[in-house]
Design a protein around this ligand. Structure first.
Ligand SMILES: [Zn+2]
Ligand SMILES: [Zn+2]
Length: 240
């Protein structure tokens, strides 16, 4: 598809979306409080012997988050269109636009960067807090809540990590620089693999931990084959 045709279907004006933008800001402000509330409940209720599991579970959560963000990224890159109801303008459009102008996201404010993710995460965290009130005696439930909450944080912050992967070194904070250097978040060099034609690998953008494995086994090609078998085909107007 020609570049001009893509630009007709996709606009870059993500900073002025009226009420949706207000809602995003509200959720961005609420997110740290709901996050701390869930962690607070977890650590108040888990027995001391379960502390051994905390670090491995957090690492597992970060790996799962990477796969989840890769899955959403892959879906948005290939399926639906910017005009698909609900998800088109707010999810598919930014992903498609990102391939055309990879550094455009660096100009987005915090609400545009992580607001949509907070819209999902905050209500789920509130639901989790309500459930924790009923199952506070269960170590399994509390450890599961720890995993879920870590996944919420990692997936919400993924767009910020992705944004840092495209930022110039001068625009990156020292913390971001070291997190990238230690491969705790998506590193620019690693992410460049996805922005290299044919753009069909390395979809995971939280920390990229899952990319080597998924690329090696051809996971995304196999997923595409499964969906095609079910009659769900990629968007022909996709830039890929
Ligand atoms: Zn992509
Ligand atoms: Zn990118």
């Amino acid at each position: 598809m020609k570049q001009t045709e893509i630009n007709v279907a996709i606009t870059s004006d993500f900073d002025d979306r009226g009420f949706h933008n207000v809602l995003e800001w509200i959720m961005v402000i609420l997110f740290p409080f709901s996050t701390l509330a869930v962690y607070g409940y977890c650590f108040m209720n888990i027995p001391v012997w379960t502390y051994w599991f905390v670090v491995p579970l957090i690492l597992l959560s970060l790996f799962i988050s990477d796969i989840l963000t890769g899955f959403v990224h892959w879906l948005a890159d290939l399926y639906g269109s910017p005009t698909t109801p609900l998800v088109g303008p707010n999810f598919i459009e930014p992903f498609r636009w990102h391939h055309i102008e990879p550094t455009a996201m660096c100009k987005h404010n915090l609400a545009v960067t992580i607001g949509n993710s907070c819209l999902f995460a905050v209500p789920l965290q509130v639901l989790l807090i309500i459930c924790m009130g009923h199952y506070s005696d269960s170590p399994l439930f509390n450890l599961s809540s720890l995993v879920l909450n870590t996944i919420f944080i990692a997936t919400v912050l993924t767009n910020q990590f992705h944004k840092w992967a495209h930022s110039s070194p001068d625009d990156r904070s020292t913390i971001a620089h070291y997190l990238q250097k230690w491969n705790l978040i998506l590193a620019p060099d690693h992410h460049q693999e996805h922005h290299t034609p044919p753009h069909t690998s390395s979809y995971c953008v939280t920390n990229g931990w899952a990319n080597p494995l998924l690329n090696k086994i051809g996971f995304w090609k196999k997923m595409q084959w499964v969906l095609s078998y079910l009659g769900i085909n990629p968007d022909k107007s996709s830039h890929i």
